[in-house]
Design a protein around this ligand. Sequence first.
Ligand code: PLP
Length: 448
Amino acid sequence: DHPQQNWSKQQIDRAAKDHVVFTYGPTDAQRDAVPLLRRGEGSYLYDDDGKQYLDWTSQAVCANLGHTVPQSVKAAVAQQLDTLPYVYGGLGLVEPRARLASLLSEILPGDLNGFLFPSSGAEANEAAIRIARQFTGRSKILTRYRSYHGGTATALSATGDFRRNFIEDAPGFVRLMDPNPMQFSWGRDMADASERARGALREQVLGEGPDTIAAILVEAIPGSAGVLLPPDGYLQAIRSICDEFGIVMIIDEVMAGFGRTGKMFGFQRFDDVLPDIVTFAKGLTAAWLPLAGVAMRSHIQDHFRTNPLGYGATYQAHPVSLACGYAVVKHMLDEDIVGRVQRETAPVMEAEMASLVEDFACIRQARAVGLFACCDLVSTKTGDRVAPMAGGGPNAEKVAAFKRALKEEGLIAFFRNCMIHVCPPLTITPEELRDGFGRLRRALSSVD
Ligand code: PLP
């Protein structure tokens, strides 16, 4: 009875086949693997036949409060639409912009007190890079090989770990060696990893010329790259090198931020790390409307009081998204969502991930921090990692079978390269989380 939701599956499939362009796939041949989703509730999604799927990924690790919108968020969005649906951020100020900035300044540590609001994570990183360049008068940006910072040209140039598909890197980006050894063996031999990384990083900064480097941009815990918890001391090493050479330290919290790691921000898992700039998106509105943020410390904010950044985008500081963001963050605080992750579901996640490795020869290197978890799927015959995105290859059949088994079990899982990501909504209950591991185990058993 909803005027925009009354097409049959056949009508939708036909129109999608004729007119919808998918970006990461599915290709025409893989289309059947993707469910037509009709409805969401809590941690679950339902397809056209009413089949239930547990959302094991929070979609792009962003639907952090699941698929039921709290009344307070609906009311805030409706009220903004009723009173003032849109004002261009460059031409007028609206109340939710001031309120959200004030609230964020309370939850971010130190003097991370100045905010701008782009509409995606990639744009937030692009803005942060521009801020660092304008603030320092330098141009180079140092980022990690194991990283993802977004799909636009500049953000992709900052990214180490993704297919480029016809985009050349922009000039001025320099890649850093990672503290986590490449072969996912980060669980071993990490005792002096941060000292080695500090030495290598300092050498590289000196080699590049410190007075050419605007910023070091890193995820506190690289997410898409495989939830790679850095060794203790690594972020502190970056902080001290940035201090030594007047380099801006930017932490990308687009995926890790807003409770994913069991802290409000991922960098707060490490003592004494106060970045100069923090970027975030996704969880800020629980993905219900597009909104991102760039937080900057006072010394940087002060610079832009007299030297405007000149950053403009039609949807930056969109009033409806801001109203949604404010209501979501307020809801998270009122309901102690992050505390509940830490106390109730993170311990279940840790234990379940650890026992997967014990029970399945094809699972290696389980890592979990809060509800941010990942493990590697390996071939039990050769020990090689199984890489579904590579296409074809000796493991192609196994990968296809595993994906079919996941669908049959009703588990929407993010499976990239050799990695199975486990990032359910932060509102998942311990029982639902255990149920998800049951589904994953059955899918693994059917292909192990
Ligand atoms: N930075 C990180 C760490 C991310 O994980 C992502 C998206 O996955 C982005 C940036 C890009 O965000 P968006 O897709 O909103 O542009």
